[in-house]
Ligand binder design. Structure first.
Ligand code: ADP
Length: 192
């Protein structure tokens, strides 16, 4: 069977990480979250983690070269054989193109993009209320991440929007369970 690759796209706080984790466990797809990979590198104090921290603490994007290199390395691990859900990647046009190239090495491609739609004021409320102790959940950094998301969307979505039917929108302004049901139905449709 060909591997299945899905991109979760949406503003900070839209719940894509939560959903990726849950659906991944449920349907046997691995979650590849660049934010989490960076935080893991940082907790292990790797060179990559320390470099990424300079950008993350400001709410700025980590340079493409570093980010793409980290994803390339992650995709070489054996658990990716059946596919993956990308959460927080790609965030630039260069990352989107690099992902296509990386997946073609698996004989795969991006099978679906799920776009988690959430009003900016709801994102803000959720991030302000988050108690995970993340260094980038400070109010001024939250504002920057929220503002930059429009730019990220303008850079990434044209890459996928050009392919008819690839992008599926989901209303992320609902309970975790309700969103999960929709995500599950969409992904099941790709798996069979
Ligand atoms: P959120 O979506 O809540 O902003 P993430 O965990 O996805 O959080 O990302 C946290 C930070 O990690 C980002 O603000 C950025 O600095 C860095 N990062 C994550 N993914 C990428 C990416 N694809 N390209 C560049 N930087 C990234």
């Amino acid at each position: 069977m060909k591997p299945v690759f899905i991109v979760f796209f949406g503003p900070p706080g839209c719940g894509k990480g939560t959903q990726a984790k849950r659906i991944g466990d449920d349907l046997g797809l691995v979650q590849v979250s660049t934010g989490e990979l960076f935080r893991k590198h940082l907790s292990e104090k790797t060179r990559l983690g320390l470099k990424a921290q300079e950008y993350m603490a400001q709410g700025a994007l980590v340079p493409d070269e570093i980010t793409i290199g980290m994803v390339r390395e992650r995709l070489q691990q054996p658990d990716i054989k059946t596919g993956a859900i990308f959460d927080g990647f790609p965030r630039t046009d260069a990352q989107a193109r690099a992902l296509d190239d990386l997946l073609s090495e698996f004989g795969g491609k991006v099978n679906m993009v799920i776009d988690f739609a959430l009003p900016i004021q709801v994102s803000r409320q959720r991030l302000m209320g988050r108690q995970e102790g993340r260094a980038d959940d400070r109010p001024e950094v939250i504002e920057k991440r929220l503002n930059d998301h429009a730019e990220v969307e303008a850079r990434v979505m044209p890459h996928y929007g050009a392919k008819p039917g690839l992008v599926k929108q989901i209303d992320a302004n609902r309970s975790i369970d309700e969103v999960h049901e929709d995500v599950r139905a969409l992904i099941k449709g790709v798996l069979c």
